[in-house]
Design a protein around this ligand. Structure first.
Ligand SMILES: NC(=O)c1ccc[n+]([C@@H]2O[C@H](COP(=O)([O-])OP(=O)(O)OC[C@H]3O[C@@H](n4cnc5c(N)ncnc54)[C@H](OP(=O)(O)O)[C@@H]3O)[C@@H](O)[C@H]2O)c1
Length: 245
């Protein structure tokens, strides 16, 4: 069984980002996907090939109006990929913490709002559009550093903590939504290290194993299209290997 039906309707949340826009391009190449909606804070940064939705997840009114716009645009979503995220923001004075003394409550709150709470609120808005019986996918872009079991280096409190919280919410969603959407695979997905604005300050020219957004999206589409409902509630890396929570 494929992970979505022929003529699928897809939504890429964060279509303006490095990985989100690469997902839009990868999905646009597929003959089994009829429509792609994509969100961004600024409509002009959403790829032209997709139907744009304006969304700022720090604003509850924006989440509600984006939900309304998506429900007005389509009666179903067979594939949702949530690609929003924050790790640093010079304008907001946000940078990953190296030690306890670096912790800033405002930065912590922003991380949890964008990385953890937003995918959950969007699921609350949009879950009713998932098919009841047909195969479908909800994939939240997480990060390996959000794995508690895999944490050996410490640091990055806000990013690690917010991704760990996101992972718990993804697992909860897989359980709750799986009861009424029998064909659903709801997963967390680690994209690998990908050359985007988010990773830029932490990569050097010599960094090994860095993928382009197109390479990462291509790999992750392979993982997503092979999903079955029995994979729901799991945490996968870009190469299909499972990551401990
Ligand atoms: N790149 C990596 O190496 C890497 C590694 C592990 C995990 N990840 C995860 O992969 C996902 C995609 O990251 P990326 O590398 O593509 O980063 P990116 O290029 O910086 O894209 C981030 C996306 O998040 C959106 N966003 C940020 N704040 C928002 C807000 N308040 N409201 C709505 N959207 C907001 C951005 O929208 P705007 O365009 O409006 O700013 C953009 O679409 C993230 O969840 C990230 O944590 C990335």
């Amino acid at each position: 069984m494929a992970a979505w039906r022929e003529g699928a309707h897809a939504l890429v949340i964060g279509a303006s980002g490095g990985i989100g826009s690469a997902f839009c391009a990868a999905l646009a190449d597929r003959s089994d996907i009829d429509r792609i909606l994509g969100s961004g804070r600024d409509r002009s940064r959403v790829p032209e090939a997709v139907e744009s939705i304006v969304l700022d997840v720090t604003d509850p009114d924006s989440i509600a109006s984006a939900g309304q716009a998506i429900r007005a645009a389509t009666e179903r979503l067979d594939l949702v990929i949530c690609c929003i995220g924050v790790l640093h923001d010079a304008d907001e004075g946000i940078a990953p913490e190296k030690r306890l003394e670096d912790i800033d409550p405002a930065a912590m709150t922003r991380h949890f709002t964008i990385n953890a709470l937003a995918p959950l609120l969007l699921a609350r808005e949009l879950a009713a559009l998932l098919p009841r019986r047909d195969p479908c996918v909800w994939a939240n872009l997480s990060a390996r550093v959000g794995s508690i079991g895999d944490n050996r280096l410490g640091g990055w409190y806000a990013y690690r903590g917010s991704k760990a919280a996101q992972n718990m919410f993804t697992r909860n969603l897989a359980i709750e939504l799986g009861r009424r959407h029998r064909g659903l695979a709801c997963i967390a997905l680690h994209p690998g290290t990908v050359a985007t604005d988010l990773s830029a300050p932490f990569r050097s020219a010599a960094s090994e194993g860095v993928m382009t957004p197109d390479q990462a999206a291509g790999q992750m589409v392979k993982v997503i299209e092979a999903l079955k409902p029995t994979d729901s509630g799991k945490f996968f890396a870009w190469d299909g290997s499972e990551i401990p929570w």
